[in-house]
Design a protein around this ligand. Sequence first.
Ligand code: KIV
Length: 273
Amino acid sequence: MSVANNIHKSKVTTHVLQEMKLKGNKIAMLTAYDFSFAKILDSSGIDVILVGDSASNVMAGFSSTLPITLNDMIYHASSVVRGVNRPMVVVDLPFGTYQGNSKEALLSAIRIMKESGANAVKMEGGEEILESVKRIISAGIPVMGHLGLTPQSIHKFGTYIVRATEDGEAAQLRKDALLLEEAGCFSLILEKIPAQLAGEVTKSVRIPVIGIGAGNQVDGQVLVLHDMLGITQDFSPRFLRRYHNLREEIMGSVEAYIKDVKTGDFPNEREQY
Ligand code: KIV
């Protein structure tokens, strides 16, 4: 059993995350989109699994998160849920399923919870989505907010550069964080913003703040699994620490298999009936 598993053996809930913030225990979160990886993450002791709409990029090969559908997210989320016991499973509400109006947002969140068995949803945005956030929370569904670089708005931003470096945007982000906390969000993601601002926001709210490219003064970190394992290679932002070069390892294994098949070495005597 891993060290992480010894800290909290029971199911990670919103209360557990809150307690971790109070005790100063950092929260470790990674994305997963399928049963097999989710099972490995569970055994490794991860606290939270995000079924991110980054599945649109890493699983489906789109160049943005915009095309992925609610049905796609439910498929990925239910696969992940079947693979885990301990971590909390949070699912992104995909683009176009909550921005229209709060009733549509609630129906989308209900479908995710009912059809996937996940524990919470994540939504990008602040003040502009507040009504939807409140309506979803009032139905008993935990919501994780997401501020800073919000990839569903990439066509508005025009680029993936660091957000909230200007005073106006930083002030709006501080305000949005407080509004989301007041609305009842159990946690916030801050993506690609200056570390100092992220630290300030983390101190200003009681709920746990998880960062990605937001420095180390936050309550936890999240990375995209395929990026940190080195399966994807064409994405190398400064904040990404690669723990492995899995692409190279997989290629080596597949090349060896091809060679064994072509030379007739596989299968051998012991590998047949
Ligand atoms: O979709 C995703 O993977 C995310 C993380 C980058 C936070 O939203």
